[in-house]
Design a protein around this ligand. Structure first.
Ligand SMILES: Nc1ncnc2c1ncn2[C@@H]1O[C@H](COP(=O)(O)OP(=O)(O)O)[C@@H](O)[C@H]1O
Ligand SMILES: [Mg+2]
Length: 406
């Protein structure tokens, strides 16, 4: 594929329509839904989900589905893809409505219901208008029922990141609307969560009304991640990607847990870094910098929120890692370093026991890895600690806190 520079009517040379690196960067947006032939390794999940929604295509009811899986395993993508296909495939006299809600944004009952009503409502067909704010929850429900009834035979509603929604009665009301005689249109909910216990924690009444099937999404392996990225290669200009870029991005994302979001983020970011560098092509070192940046972002969130004592503890482990060939250290050794740091910072130091708890908590957060070693009958159990993140990145992040500077 050769990409001719797009012709432009912009005359100001300050703005350049002809990007050196990207030819269609939108392909690398997280919310972008790629065409079917760019979707990799999800045939089984796609067909399972299609079976659950099948009824809608022929005028009967779709089933509810709960989708579980870690970040970047394609849950949102597959849900959007299959519901779009169901909508397009529907028999001539069948109208299917679909709507996608991100519960990280719309996290209250009123927000979810008003967004659904606004998204599904076609004013020219229903003659009603749905204001974005200002009505009571029950009014929004009424508008939603009316919208559904006038326009559709059935609807498929995707509630993404549902564990972030603060009120689970939405699920109950949506599930019961048809049997309660409120609407004639059947509703299938696809609820998505990366917390596997989500349904167990629901209130009993909600649980019994939200009858559903479950689908689990497994992480990708490095080959699948590579293929996912190769299928979007045309986001870049021809010949701009050097050959190691995609395999290296895949390797980094596979280390994480097989996260396609991370893979695509790194790839896009590598392109941005290359552009900033005024490079002609994207090279391996751009990927490494993009990866460092991604790690730093994730880590920064964890560290920024950490108490000062935890930062001092991490700094101790970080400095040992930077100044030694080893990367694992006994708790006692880190504690000594920590005490020095506290002294230099004019900070009280905690007891060894409290210090151990801090390391445990950091292990829980995935910043530190702790391994027990048994030193035999006399020696007892010792704990070896290792920093999971790159110590350079960790130190840089900790030192962003002015209280940590000596
Ligand atoms: N099987 C796949 N084939 C192609 N692209 C994928 C696939 N799975 C995920 N992606 C891409 O990876 C990114 C993250 O996927 P997403 O569906 O948002 O994951 P999740 O919802 O599980 O966190 C998106 O850009 C998506 O298009
Ligand atoms: Mg998602």
């Amino acid at each position: 594929m050769t990409s001719d520079p797009p012709s432009s009517t912009v005359n100001d040379p300050l703005f350049d329509s002809n990007h050196r690196i990207f030819s269609d960067k939108d392909l690398l947006k997280i919310g972008h839904v790629p065409e079917a032939d760019r979707i990799v390794g999800r045939d089984e999940e796609i067909s399972k989900l299609a079976k659950r929604l099948n009824g809608a295509v022929f005028g009967s009811s779709p089933e509810n589905v709960m989708i579980y899986g870690k970040t970047g395993t394609g849950k949102s993508l597959v849900s959007r893809h299959v519901s779009q296909r169901a909508q397009n495939a529907a028999e001539d006299n069948i109208d299917i409505g679909t709507a996608y809600i991100d519960c990280a944004e719309d996290n209250t009952e009123t927000q979810v219901i008003s967004s659904l009503a606004a998204k599904l409502n076609d004013e020219s067909a229903t003659d009603i208008s749905v204001p974005y704010t200002g009505l009571s929850t029950s009014k929004y429900y009424k508008l939603l029922w009316k919208t559904l009834d006038t326009q559709f035979d059935s609807t498929i509603l995707i509630l993404d990141e549902i564990d972030l929604m603060n009120n689970d009665s939405v699920l109950m009301k949506l599930s019961r609307a048809e049997e309660a005689g409120k609407i004639d249109c059947s509703i299938g909910v696809i609820a998505i969560s990366n917390k596997i216990q989500y349904v167990d924690n629901l209130n009993e009444r909600v649980k019994s009304s939200f009858q559903h099937k479950e689908i689990f999404f497994k992480p990708y392996d490095a080959n699948q991640l590579r293929e996912i990225m190769f299928n979007r290669e045309d986001a870049f200009r021809d010949g701009v990607l050097t050959e190691d870029v995609i395999p290296l991005s895949a390797a980094f994302a596979a280390q994480e847990h097989g996260d396609a979001r991370k893979a695509i983020d790194i790839l896009r970011h590598a392109g941005e870094v290359a552009y900033e560098d005024e490079a002609e092509r994207v090279h391996e070192n751009h990927v490494r910098r993009a990866q460092q940046h991604a790690e730093k972002d994730r880590f920064r969130e964890l560290v920024n929120g950490a108490p000062t004592q935890a930062k001092a503890a991490l700094l101790a482990l970080t400095e040992l890692s930077l100044n030694s060939k080893d990367d694992v250290f006994l708790t006692g050794r880190i504690y000594d370093q920590y005490e020095n740091i506290c002294m230099e910072l004019n900070m009280d130091s905690l007891s060894v026991r409290r210090f151990r708890d801090i390391l445990k908590e950091q292990a829980f957060l995935g910043v530190v890895e702790i391994e027990k070693i048994n030193k035999g009958s006399a020696g007892g159990i010792h704990l070896q600690n290792r920093l999971i993140e790159d110590p350079e990145v960790v130190r840089e992040t900790i030192l962003e806190d002015s209280r940590m500077q000596r």
